[in-house]
Ligand binder design. Sequence first.
Ligand SMILES: Cc1cc2nc3c(=O)[nH]c(=O)nc-3n(C[C@H](O)[C@H](O)[C@H](O)COP(=O)(O)O)c2cc1C
Length: 323
Amino acid sequence: MDTAGNYPRGRKTGGEDRRVDLSVSIGPLRLKNPFLTASGTFGYGTEFDGVVDLSRIGGVVTKSLTLCPREGNPPPRICETPAGMLNSIGLENCGLETFVARKLPALAALPTRVIVSVAGESADEYAAVVERLAGEEAVDGFEINVSCPNVKAGTSFGSDPRLAGPLIARLRRASRKPMIVKLTPSAPDIIDVARACAAEGADGAVICNTFPGMVIDVRTRAPAVANVAGGISGPAIRPLAVRLVYLAHRALPGFPIVGSGGICSIEDAAQFFIAGASAVQIGTANFFDPNLLNRLASDLEKYLTGQGLSDFRSLIGNMRLPA
Ligand SMILES: Cc1cc2nc3c(=O)[nH]c(=O)nc-3n(C[C@H](O)[C@H](O)[C@H](O)COP(=O)(O)O)c2cc1C
């Protein structure tokens, strides 16, 4: 670390003394290992200071950022569910201006990759955020969250390949930085959306965001979250997400997939890798096991050694199908 608190760039991508090579690339984005935080579950990278050693993970994905600050939905906004949680946070975030002034300097000093999640209600809003951050050295890449509602079309960009493709094409013109798109399982066909984004230059896709869900308090007969419905995350959605990763990897070989959904252990993460994910994100587990991120790289090394593999990349999509 230099006197300004900055780590040399190499600390973001390597420098670990490991017998097994855990590095992986998502398009042009090189990661020292395949573990990322999931947007919205890890703040702006510094909230877990003293708990998580960020030099042990491949990267941090920020809370989704919009052009203007957003308060999000009214409380209550979260509720525990069997094997998971329901949230209706509604993209609460500090907005672009505050992000640049107050969050970016700390993010620049992190010893890991920094991916900024971008959200918006129109293509213009997404483009304004990407254009402003395109020249910032602290930003190693973008994650385009297409799960939020598009006001004009009345649906989310991620639900329709005819909206998602042109959005990625426009953002691709705004920045050459690595760009992955975060897809929603609510799309009628998530593979069609992934294909459209890949065709327009996305470097990979996160599969997937939360699944729509609802909980009702039968005593009060009121919904558990004020927004009535929300998104389900945690182990409950893991088998659903693993299947989508498997289908996407088979349909789009060579297009990097980042798995997301209910990962709580190396065994959970390995399922995603075997299904075809090049990297994974840890979300809800951060709330009940913040130490997980500290363990995953070592646990992966042990798992690979046990499998007789010396290179993480040889695990990706390496599934034994029944004869
Ligand atoms: C409280 C909460 C807030 C979230 N906020 C965002 C967000 O701002 N942007 C986004 O793309 N995903 C958001 N997500 C979705 C997560 O990033 C992740 O994709 C999803 O929760 C599934 O992974 P998990 O089961 O490991 O949590 C949020 C999830 C939770 C639980």
